[in-house]
Design a protein around this ligand. Structure first.
Ligand code: GLC
Length: 449
């Protein structure tokens, strides 16, 4: 009997340990994401047919529900080439991409069995568009992100603020009459998410629309638990109330460093979807600067494109992805080996720090005059060079009172003009050992030489 007890306890302990091993901490799940730096956001949907706002054009009553949905008849995906997309993203320097599998309009880009409102049944594309996307990304070794709107403005059990016809025929609901409308809706979301999770095994979920309901209404905790049970390594953005793994500032670069992991999403012009009348594209130089600013504060940039309904990508967008890619590949050693840079006050511009903190990268947005200045570095400096061209720069320490641990200023020679990058130049400062910063506010030199 005694032995039986011991064996039972032993078996229980082993099982406990196994299930503990199967779970990943948030840090473990976020590991690849923290190093990714660039992701591509893809808003692809009916809205590109007329070139109008994604879903919101219905919400703001700029188009009727029926006319919005009629766009589906011209959503052909005729020239959709996900492998070419994936190659382009790779060339842009991205490590992951996030596709709108379903926006607020409720139209699913995959072959869902939970609604007839999907591109297989309603459009001339007549096929699942998410499956080949996922395969193509994986082939290029890119992580797979699925955007999923948890609000669905087509679902008959989801209340909307604009006139909408009866949509029940698109949402078969067998034997669900005993449930309340909201319970039916949650069951529907749960079904689609289980379907996406088990079919595509995504690395990341990009939720959207959580602001329309409370955490309790979304049953956010239990949804997060389900997501992790279907896919223990998945990470989730912050739009699942407080249950996300990283935050998602949008359109305006944060001025103060956000805490924890984060990702800044931004359009190239002023719209998320294909919107040919919007030609207000950001210049390449601005996109590159934004990228540098974001990674220098420890975030990732999620740069958006809006493919056309036939699946091709507008030349203005391709051009920007390629130009960013060129910059990233020239500066790869700095971009991918780094983390957030120095606190404010040491250098007037963004900076990066190598992971082992023996290198500081200084970003020059403008061409420097006379010399480059870096303050408050206690370490001895080994060498300084221009990233990408390797020009060695001379430097000298000026001022300070070393014997009192006041480091003074590092005065660095400016690069030759041919070594300045047309968009952003990075200077690599190699230290003798791991960074030691002077963070004081200055004091008298009490013991002078
Ligand atoms: C917003 C919008 C949505 C867009 C998203 C991307 O929250 O609701 O249309 O897809 O941002 O970040």
């Amino acid at each position: 009997m005694k032995y039986l007890k011991i064996i039972t306890v032993f078996v229980c302990l082993c099982t406990l340990q196994l299930s503990a091993q199967e779970k990943f901490t948030k840090e473990q799940r976020l590991e690849w994401f923290q190093d990714a730096k660039l992701g591509i956001f893809i808003h692809w949907g009916y809205y590109g047919v007329k070139g109008i706002g994604e879903s919101w054009s219905m919400y703001h009553k700029r188009i009727s529900y029926d006319d919005y949905m009629a766009q589906g008849k011209e959503f052909t995906a005729k020239n959709y080439d996900p492998e070419a997309w994936a190659k382009l993203f790779k060339k842009a320097g991205a490590r992951y991409a996030v596709l709108t599998t379903k926006h607020h309009d409720g139209v699913a880009l995959w072959d869902t069995k939970f609604s007839k409102l999907n591109v297989v049944q309603k459009t001339p594309a007549k096929r699942d568009l998410v499956a080949p996307f996922v395969d193509a990304l994986r082939k290029e070794n890119l992580k797979v992100g699925l955007y999923y709107s948890i609000i669905d403005w087509s679902h008959p059990d989801y209340d909307v603020v604009f006139p909408r016809p009866d949509t029940r025929k698109n949402y078969p609901q067998k034997n669900q009459n005993q449930l309340s409308p909201w319970q039916r809706f949650l069951k529907f979301n749960d079904g689609q998410l289980k379907e996406l999770s088990t079919t595509f095994n995504p690395d990341l979920y990009w939720f959207d629309g959580d602001w329309e309901k409370s955490s309790e209404q979304w049953q956010a905790q239990s949804l997060k638990d389900s997501l992790l049970s279907w896919n223990p390594k998945v990470i989730v953005n912050s739009r699942l109330k407080s249950y996300g793994d990283y935050s998602t500032p949008e359109q305006g670069v944060p001025v103060v460093r956000p805490e924890g992991a984060w990702e800044f999403c931004m359009t190239m012009n002023d719209n998320w979807g294909y919107f040919p009348s919007d030609t207000n594209y950001k210049p390449v130089s601005q996109i590159i600067r934004t990228f540098v600013e974001v990674i220098s504060s420890g975030g990732n940039l999620l740069l958006n494109i809006g493919p056309k309904p036939d699946g091709t990508i507008a030349p203005e967008q391709v051009e920007r992805l390629e130009a960013l890619g060129e910059w990233i590949s020239k500066h790869e050693s700095a971009v991918f080996n780094s983390k957030a840079g120095l606190p404010y006050g040491h250098f007037f511009g963004p900076t990066l720090l190598s992971k082992d903190e023996t290198k500081i990268y200084l970003a020059l947005f403008d061409n420097p005059k006379n010399y480059i200045l870096l303050k408050g570095i206690q370490n001895k400096v080994k060498s300084i060079k221009v990233v990408g061209t390797n020009q060695e720069l001379s430097f000298e320490r000026n001022g300070g009172a070393e014997w009192n641990n006041i480091p003074g200023i590092l005065r660095i020679e400016i690069p030759q003009e041919k070594n300045l990058d047309a968009n952003t130049t990075l200077i690599e400062v190699t230290l003798e050992d791991a960074l030691v910063l002077y963070r004081g506010h200055g004091n008298a030199v009490e013991l002078n030489k």
